[in-house]
Design a protein around this ligand. Structure first.
Ligand code: HAM
Length: 426
């Protein structure tokens, strides 16, 4: 029987996994420089957590949840996103620690039963950050600045930041009524899905990509004309802060998001290289969610970046190739144990001492091949140095595979390691 990875999932293989590690390390570095600390939540949560936050009428909850009943009869769901679990953990463990501000982040796989296509999977990875506590526009600006810093950190510049405001509990319902009215008058020109959205979630009509809906969408009233004064002022302050930070952005009055918990600012970052699935990530303010989950009134804002999409758009810019620093070449079978011990020492790892920082990447051929075959393998791996065993009378014989030079090296494995580290850095 032949097995394959489930539809919509993908294996991350050597060659690619180094790019992932590099992306993760870069993102973690930027996040920690901004003061964000990681929370790792379970892959599954009570189903209700997502129904109550993401929203019953959203595509995610209606069509895309991986829900199952466990043996105890509980309804559980593989997390389709990271914000609701993080807010749950924030409240469960009182992560505010009495402070008015918490900066938290996460990184891991999410699950949505979507139709797979380029850049869209059923298991995909997100990097997310959530800023819980501040309601001021400066928080929105920090969030967008952080988002941009991560994607600039991984090396690409050609992105567009789209921002919009969805209003709050005062002005949004008025706007929803206005568009319900407007689309109600044009119902015959709407696609089947939009007819359904008109009943359940009229805001989502604004996000429809079907060509036949576009003329009606173009004439729809804008949320920005319906904002109440506090929401308008907030949105203006967000834009002023983005200008002060020199972050280029566009106001996108039709930007709505696929999750119901948003209030006021929403944003997405798009990359031209991604085609149809061109949002690298998105986020927004969710000032009611903490309270909805039983906590105190606490504004919050966050975003998630899709890692597959980020890597797709980063393309060749993504770093992280892997090659060994050293191959220990076993010229005689009798030297095999010595080769294992020397490799361990060059790695900076010992039988009795703690690991030293900054060891070398060292591999030994265990297939019992000839020295010539081992050298071919070492060169195919892109190895920098070959060290031959057993030793020659004048010490270790070392070949610099890039310079093509051979040198004998006297001394202990530790002194050989120091010498190789210096040479590798030069
Ligand atoms: P979202 O827009 O649903 O927001 O997802 C964020 C990003 O995850 C998308 O822009 C995309 O890059 C990636 N993504 C989503 N679905 C898929 C998929 N099926 N395959 C590949 N990538 C995908 C959220 O998840 C919110 N939790 C963001 C947020 C955080 N809002 C506030 N805080």
């Amino acid at each position: 029987m032949k097995f394959q990875a489930p539809k919509g999932t993908h294996d991350i293989l050597p060659g690619e996994s180094e790019r992932w590690e590099w992306l993760e390390a870069t993102a973690r570095d930027v996040l920690s420089r901004y003061g964000y600390r990681e929370v790792r939540t379970p892959m599954f949560e009570a189903t209700d957590l997502f129904v109550r936050s993401v929203g019953e009428s959203t595509d995610i909850v209606r069509k895309e949840l991986y829900t199952f009943e466990d043996k105890g009869g509980r309804s559980l769901t593989l997390r389709p996103e990271g914000t609701a679990p993080l807010v749950r953990a924030f409240l469960e463990h009182a992560l505010a620690h009495g402070q008015p501000i918490a900066r938290l982040c996460y990184l891991g796989p999410m699950f949505r039963y979507e139709r797979p296509q380029a850049g869209r999977f059923r298991q995909f990875w997100q990097i997310g950050a959530e800023l819980i506590g501040p309601g001021a526009a400066t928080a929105d600006a920090e969030m967008i600045d952080l988002f941009v810093a991560i994607i600039r950190g991984v090396g690409f510049q050609d992105v567009t930041v789209l921002v919009n405001s969805l209003g709050d509990a005062t002005c949004r319902p008025v706007y929803v009524e206005r568009i319900r009215d407007y689309f109600g008058k044009h119902v015959d020109s709407l696609c089947g899905d939009c007819k359904e959205r008109l009943k359940t979630n009229p805001l989502r009509i604004l996000d429809c990509k079907i060509p036949s809906c576009q003329p009606v969408l173009a004439g729809a009233p804008s949320m920005l004309d319906s904002l109440c004064d506090p929401c308008r002022e907030h949105f203006e302050s967000v834009q002023a802060a983005l200008r002060a930070l020199a972050i280029p952005f566009e106001v996108a009055p039709r930007l709505v998001r696929g999750l119901d918990y948003y209030t006021r600012t929403v944003f997405e970052v798009h990359a031209a290289t991604l085609g149809a699935q061109n949002a690298v990530g998105g986020g927004g303010r969710y000032d009611r969610l903490v309270k909805d989950f039983g906590g105190p009134e606490t504004p919050a804002i966050g975003f998630s970046i899709g890692m597959e999409r980020l890597l797709l758009s980063a393309g060749e810019a993504a770093g992280g190739a892997w090659a060994p620093d050293v191959c220990v070449i076993v010229r005689e079978e009798g030297a095999a144990f010595e080769a294992l011990a020397l490799a361990r020492a060059l790695r900076g790892l010992h039988d009795s001492r703690p690991a030293k920082a900054g060891g070398l990447r060292v591999v030994v051929d265990l297939a019992g091949r000839s020295a010539g075959a081992q050298m071919k393998w070492a060169s195919k791996l892109g190895t920098r140095f070959a060290v031959f065993l057993p030793k020659d009378p004048d010490g270790y014989s070392v070949r610099d595979m890039i310079a093509g030079t051979d040198e004998p090296k006297q001394g202990t494995p530790d002194s050989l390691q120091r010498w190789l580290l210096e040479r590798a850095a030069s």
